[in-house]
Design a protein around this ligand. Structure first.
Ligand SMILES: Nc1ncnc2c1ncn2[C@@H]1O[C@H](COP(=O)(O)OP(=O)(O)O)[C@@H](O)[C@H]1O
Ligand SMILES: [Mg+2]
Length: 305
């Protein structure tokens, strides 16, 4: 198979370790693999032309694209490419709709709540008049404030007082999530990696000293852990609720049981591979191939009918 890995990193940065590992695992399985950089695509709207140019040349056909949408700003705009690839009939792994849902923490919260998945108490606020009441509703200070489009811990802040909260919030930004601070977990949370409806690996992340966020990018340390059956079920349901083919679910152990913080559609996995020895990239490639094979057999079946 020809497997594309679609990277959304800016061109002044090299491909990520994850993207390189996905390519390596695809090649190790006898596939052709190539990392594509989103910024080198041109979308062409001319009935005479192919739809995509890559690096100035028409894009050759790839059987499946593994998307790595590390987009933080202008999400809708950045993933126009993903949408366009999907419309051109290329199976995407994760696809457009699931990425849109997972990139927006408000959408994620809505959907997970709808499916009955336990979450920390959360209030979406968009005007100063509601702040005091919202802070009370999530259990008082300290509270967690989240920017709907943050990742790597950027955009997640702990606020200790009403005065600090009022001076932190800037109202030219449309929306914030105000969230209950899950104190019980003491700066630890779990990253549970789900591929093809199964947990392939999990680690406990501990925040570094002086930090409450456990993100590896912020110096958090990962150690292998065996999630409980309840945590496994919650992780799998969360990924399925968002229709993701693969995802990393952040789960905290709270006083009342596990709660989901977020679901990542572009989860890092190098730290998880190091902590657990599991080839997450291998699992993603295997499922992408299986998924694409199913897709094409379905399409050819349709044509024969
Ligand atoms: N409600 C919360 N209570 C305590 N810690 C939290 C809470 N929400 C997030 N954190 C900490 O902040 C980190 C980043 O938050 P998360 O929602 O996963 O956003 P990001 O997309 O930036 O990773 C989490 O891994 C966790 O360590
Ligand atoms: Mg996270």
């Amino acid at each position: 198979m020809k497997i594309g890995i679609l990277s959304f990193r800016s061109l002044n940065r090299q491909a990520s370790e994850e993207e390189i590992e996905l390519k390596k695992q695809a090649k190790a399985r006898g596939h052709i693999a190539r990392i594509f950089r989103a910024a080198k695509f041109q979308l062409v709207y001319d009935r005479e032309s192919p739809w995509f140019f890559y690096n100035g040349k028409p894009l050759k056909k790839y059987d499946v694209m593994i998307t790595r949408p590390a987009v933080v700003r202008d999400v809708d705009l950045s993933i126009a490419l993903i949408e366009q690839l999907e419309m051109a009939g290329i199976p995407l792994f994760n696809n457009y709709h699931s990425i849109l849902k997972a990139k927006n923490k408000i959408k994620t919260t809505q959907i997970l709540d709808h499916y009955g998945i336990p979450l920390p108490k959360t209030v979406v606020i968009h005007r100063p008049e509601d702040v005091a009441q919202a802070a009370k509703m999530v259990g008082g200070f300290p509270v967690i404030v989240k920017n709907p489009f943050g990742s790597f811990g950027n955009g997640v802040t702990i606020i200790e007082s009403m005065r600090a909260l009022n001076s932190f919030l800037v109202w030219d930004k449309p929306l914030y999530l105000l969230q209950e601070y899950v104190k019980y977990s003491k700066g630890k949370d779990m990253r549970v990696f789900v591929v093809n409806g199964k947990v392939v690996g999990s680690m406990m992340r501990s925040a570094k000293k002086g930090e409450f966020r456990s993100n590896i990018e912020l110096g958090g340390i990962g150690a292998p852990i065996e999630p409980t059956p309840e945590e496994i079920a919650i992780a799998i349901r969360s990924v399925q609720a968002l229709d993701l083919h693969y995802g990393g679910v952040d789960i905290m152990r709270s006083k009342t049981g596990p709660v989901v913080l977020e679901v990542n559609s572009n989860p890092g996995f190098k730290a998880l591979e190091t902590a657990t020895g599991v080839s997450v990239a291998g699992a993603i490639v295997d499922y992408a191939v299986e998924f694409a094979e199913r897709h094409y057999s379905y399409v050819s079946q349709k044509i024969e009918e």
